[in-house]
Design a protein around this ligand. Structure first.
Ligand code: GDP
Ligand code: ZN
Length: 457
């Protein structure tokens, strides 16, 4: 049998590049503590969970000079982030000192850590599962508090806890089939076939709910794109600016000047939103305008949400009617803009055909707050956040695969084929559920996931 590989000691600067108040070098592996003792002059020996004051030295040996003062914290295996011995040297955040510490650690035999390798070790040691590891990355990448909350809950195992009982029931069903079923102990009327169908249905219910959580989980995780469309001069750029509260898009009184699309990421109530200000959708007079309009159409096609800006002083034109027809059934809002110049025209409401209208004035700011809250409501789909949502495609794929396997198992059961065949489908479902938490995830996919982490995490 192959021996388990000896764990290397890895090292990285865990704080972001550049100067900072504090900079941290992390070491993890069997040599972490002994290396640390050579990198710094400790006043007292390292002890698990204790911070120690130490001098950072510029070299090894008696003639070494002190170049910084640091706080060194040691976590003994298995009670550390990585589950191996872990040392954090928190020096002043000078890149020169941190680089020297890292170079000296390498000189002592440490290997430069790959991105996410500290977290990968925690995963490989079984201290956390793959959804928790992904949550660590998501927490670091979070741009809004809502995203951070979602990541923290997943880091605490919310998603795994939600999937665990389904997995347990599935294992139970597999065990029963493997044992050559004898369900109808108490209830003679129920055939094994009926009982298998009932159990598969019971598995599918919580799994479908989990699958459905992706539509909300991904919104918090990835955010949404809102395309602002409408005829030239309707006030798209002015409203865009109102929404981003900064003068970014160039506003000019002549029509057709927003030739390209301008976009900005903002956070509306914790939901990351990419606002795209598009060129006016109408016949182009030159190539630049044509390009702008093509991009507008793309933005309109790609966006999850659409804000149609109408000019309240102008009657609806043919393009606007087309636009309103095009967004039927999609999450869309109409801003009836230039409200300061004209009353909203009620005779148009038939053409708006159910698309909610908010009267706005980009000039005075009237209606902009309402517009903002209507966008948030549209973006969040009115759904409250739940605990343990699916947040990325990989997780979603695992759950849909499990659901498909269950559906296959059910069909196999209905056609009264041998239990061995039903079992194949059930095992496929179990494998998929295990891949959610990383137990059956292929090495190259793991590599891919951890490569998206920061260095030093
Ligand atoms: P876009 O071509 O749709 O992006 O329109 P702009 O945002 O560039 O605005 C075109 C012109 O209309 C500019 O002169 C704006 O100042 C003006 N404008 C935009 N919104 C309003 C509004 O609500 N009221 C008034 N009175 N003028 C507006
Ligand atoms: Zn514009």
């Amino acid at each position: 049998p192959k021996m388990a590989p000896v764990l290397e000691t890895i090292a990285a600067i865990s704080t972001p590049p550049g100067r900072g108040g504090i900079g941290i070098v992390r070491l993890s592996g069997p040599e972490a503590a002994s290396m640390a003792a050579q990198l710094v002059r400790l006043q007292r020996p390292l002890e698990h969970g204790r911070a120690r004051l130490a001098d950072v030295l510029d070299a090894e040996g008696e003639t070494a000079e002190r170049i910084d003062e640091a706080v060194v914290t040691y976590f003994a295996a298995p009670n550390s982030y990585t589950a191996d011995d872990l040392v954090e040297i928190a020096a002043h955040g000078s890149p020169v000192v941190l680089d020297l510490l890292l170079r000296r650690a390498i000189g002592l035999g440490a290997r430069l850590a790959e991105p996410g390798e500290f977290t990968q070790r925690a995963f490989l040691a079984g201290r956390i599962d793959l959804t928790q590891a992904e949550a660590v990355r998501d927490l670091i990448d979070a741009q809004t508090l809502t995203q951070a909350r979602q990541a923290a809950s997943q880091m605490g195992g919310a998603l795994s806890r939600r999937a665990a009982p389904v997995k347990q029931d599935l294992v139970e069903l597999i065990a029963l089939l493997e044992a050559g079923i004898d369900f109808a102990e108490d209830d003679v009327d129920v055939t094994p076939q009926q009982e298998i169908a009932r159990r598969i249905d019971e598995l599918a219910v919580p799994l479908s709910a989990l699958e459905a959580s992706f539509s909300r989980g991904r919104i918090v995780h990835d955010g949404l794109t809102l395309a602002i469309v409408g005829r030239p001069n309707a006030g798209k750029s002015s409203l865009f600016n109102r929404l981003v509260e900064r003068e970014r898009a160039i506003v000019t009184p002549s029509p057709g000047t927003t030739r390209d699309t301008v976009s900005e990421r903002i956070s509306l109530d914790g939901i990351p939103l990419e606002l795209v200000d598009t060129a006016g959708l109408r016949e182009a007079h030159d190539v630049a305008e044509q390009l702008g309009i093509a991009r507008s159409r793309e933005a309109l096609a790609d966006a999850a949400l659409v804000l149609i800006v109408l000019d309240a002083t102008q009657p609806l034109n043919e393009e606007e009617r087309d636009l309103l027809r095009a967004v039927q059934g999609r999450p869309a809002l109409v801003a009836m803009n230039k409200r300061d110049l004209a009353e909203a025209r009620s005779e148009e409401s038939a053409a708006l055909d159910g698309v909610p209208v908010i009267a706005t004035s980009a000039l005075t700011g009237e209606g902009v707050a309402e517009l903002r809250s209507r966008i948030v409501a549209l973006a969040s789909g009115g759904a409250a956040s739940e605990s343990g949502m699916l947040t990325n495609l990989r997780q979603h794929q695992a759950v849909t695969t499990a659901l498909e396997a269950l559906a296959d198992a059910k069909r196999a059961n209905e056609s009264s084929i041998p239990h061995e065949m039903i079992l194949l489908d059930l095992y496929r479902g179990l494998w998929a559920l295990d891949s959610l938490t990383g137990q059956t995830t292929a090495d190259d996919i793991l590599q891919l996931i951890f490569s998206t982490f920061c260095i030093g995490k």
